[in-house]
Design a protein around this ligand. Structure first.
Ligand code: XIL
Length: 383
């Protein structure tokens, strides 16, 4: 099917940039995303076993041509890397690392300590039936972080050490880690990660960081880690955005984090065009709503006006990234193309979303040329 699409794309579009992306050529005659932003930041994508098993050559050419960084969408999470206590499994993560090395791409690790996709044993009783307590949880956290970080030492540039520890109102999330250890679990995680891989960059990662309350809480966290002499290199703003996200607030957060002397990364970028059924959108993977037709309005295709709106949004977003390029080290999309984006199933299963820069046919959306041209114009104007 993809071969037929490649042929049709070539036929209809001629050898334009859009078509080259899928045509099977590694011809560098037009700018790619990674080249366009090479002096500014890495441009990444989340991939995993789905992509690695897919034999569509156009998909692999796209990944190689457009992206300078990769991250595992799932394979480096605790439920994958240590499904049973003390039994590590690095198969999925290793496959992505090998693939990235073959393509000359930078890998980052996602993630060490997170309340979701965390194996149940982490908070369960020990082998003698003794319920988990502070000491046991610290020991398990240390073993997990040491095991994973030392395996990937020298292979990943940095780690999302703690993911999603803060609630929308700026308070600590009442996760099991928090319930047992209080907010101490965060500095402990950063300490262990640094001990296990002193060369790795260390990041705090979260969603909804355009919210002022969450922004302030993250600023407090950066200060408290630094006050303890711990390493923190960057804040990862997941950036699961939608057409309705307030980009002024988002930019203020980039400024606030950069002002604390850390780098900033968009670590899981996507821009949903579908309605959010609840009140405040979030990216907590446990959120879910019943499927209803009215929440899936673009099943048969994305209307031109919505595509244009998404193009405007992405152009404004990349203008923000360029303005703050001194602090921004990486912009990573959460997926390669619309067809396999997690947003087709979150927070409602079975919708048709259009959140990324590449459509289901693996072609660049038309506004990608605008993003690239904007960047070229800005760099000409600077010279
Ligand atoms: C998502 C993956 O994309 C899905 O495949 C998986 O089923 C659930 O997790 N925030 C994160 C990511 O930090 O790890 C999540 O990834 C999306 C929200």
């Amino acid at each position: 099917m993809h071969h037929l699409l490649s042929f049709l794309a070539l036929f209809f579009f001629g050898l334009t940039c859009r078509a080259v992306t899928i045509a099977g050529s590694d011809d560098d005659s037009c700018s790619t995303l990674k080249e366009t932003f090479a002096d500014d930041f890495l441009v990444g994508a989340a991939i995993d076993y789905g992509e690695l098993r897919d034999t569509t050559s156009a998909l692999h050419q796209l990944i190689r041509r457009e992206f300078s960084a990769l991250v595992c969408e799932n394979s480096m999470k605790a439920d994958h890397t240590e499904p049973q206590e003390g039994r590590f499994n690095f198969a999925g993560g290793d496959a992505v690392v090998d693939y990235a090395q073959r393509n000359g791409q930078v890998v980052t690790g996602h993630c060490l300590v997170w309340h979701s996709q965390c194996p149940a044993w982490m908070f369960g009783p020990d082998s003698t039936g003794h319920p988990v307590d502070r000491e046991l949880l610290i020991r398990r956290m240390r073993n997990h972080i040491y095991g994973v970080c030392s395996h990937y030492r020298g292979k990943v540039k940095g780690w999302d050490v703690v993911n999603e520890a803060i609630e929308g109102d700026g308070s600590w999330r009442k996760s099991e880690y928090y319930r047992i250890l209080g907010d101490e679990f965060i500095p402990l995680a950063f300490q262990f990660a640094h001990e296990a891989d002193p060369d790795a960059e260390l990041y705090y990662n979260d969603y909804g960081l355009d919210s002022p309350r969450k922004r302030e809480a993250v600023v407090r966290l950066i200060r408290s880690l630094k006050a303890r002499g711990l390493r923190i290199d960057a804040v990862g703003m997941q950036s699961h955005l939608s057409l309705w996200t307030n980009l002024d607030e988002y930019e203020r957060s980039i400024e606030a984090f950069a002002a604390e002397g850390v780098n900033v990364m968009a670590t899981e970028l996507d821009v949903s065009v579908l309605p959010w059924p609840g009140e405040m959108p979030n990216a907590d993977i446990s959120t879910s709503f019943e499927y209803q037709e009215r929440y899936n309005p673009y099943r048969d295709g994305l209307p031109e006006d919505v595509l244009a709106q998404q193009g405007d949004f992405y152009r404004r977003l990349f203008a923000i990234y360029r303005r703050h390029a001194a602090a921004i080290t990486r912009v990573t999309f959460w997926g390669v193309h619309d067809g396999t984006s997690w947003l087709n199933n979150f927070p409602i299963r079975g919708r048709t979303n259009y959140s990324l820069l590449f459509g289901r046919n693996l072609l660049r959306k038309p506004f990608v040329e605008d993003i690239i041209r904007d960047a070229a114009d800005a760099s000409k104007a600077q010279k």
